[in-house]
Design a protein. Structure first.
Length: 197
């Protein structure tokens, strides 16, 4: 029987989670089957259950590992004694890099979380809500300090996050600018658009 191929940096479970992210992005969580995943990993479907309990467990793992990375970054940025506009730029660059470097995981976390079941679904929705409120609070701080234009902070967060999710089309593009050019263009447009000059 075939064994799951790993390298020094990834466990067998990591390999399964990575392949699941690619599969869920391509087919959607509902349409993807354990048989599809086994084929992608290169093993019999039955042997997957030695490493995971279910397809749902993989979705939990993907959604919450991404959410936890974002919350950890938010904690780090909030604790820094810098201007609000600098905090926004740091968060923006982190979001962009996550979408470039960990595209499939972030895509699945952003689009397929609706297939989580409670209590995971409620928990995940709550984490998303809290994250957006914390992001908006940084923008509001910048408005109070006259660094940022007088805008609705919640709307600004929504626009920023939707712009970043649009990086999906960059991944699919045949002719595209480099990742670093993409990052600098997005920072110029999004941070520049907020700055009160």
């Amino acid at each position: 029987m075939a064994r799951i191929k790993t390298d020094n940096h990834l466990s067998r479970k990591d390999v399964i989670v990575t392949k699941a992210a690619a599969l869920f992005r391509e087919k959607g969580f509902k349409a993807a089957s354990m048989r599809d995943l086994a084929e992608a990993v290169g093993v019999e479907a039955a042997s997957l259950y030695n490493h995971i309990k279910s397809k749902t467990e993989l979705l939990h793992e993907l959604c919450f590992s991404v959410a936890n990375r974002f919350l950890h970054k938010m904690d780090e940025v909030e604790s820094q004694n810098t201007k609000a506009i600098d905090k926004i730029e740091k968060l923006l660059r982190f979001h962009i890099n996550e979408m470039i470097q960990h595209y499939e995981e972030v895509y699945v976390s952003d689009r397929e979380w609706k297939h989580l079941s409670d209590p995971y679904l409620s928990n995940f929705q709550n984490q998303r809500r809290i994250y957006r409120k914390r992001f908006a609070a940084i923008i509001e701080q910048g408005i109070r300090n006259n660094e940022i234009k007088k805008i609705d902070a919640a709307t600004a967060v929504l626009i920023i996050l939707h712009a970043i999710s649009g990086i999906e089309s960059w991944h699919r593009s045949v002719q595209k600018i480099s990742a670093s050019e993409l990052e600098e263009n997005m920072v110029t447009i999004l941070v520049g658009g907020l700055t009160n000059q």
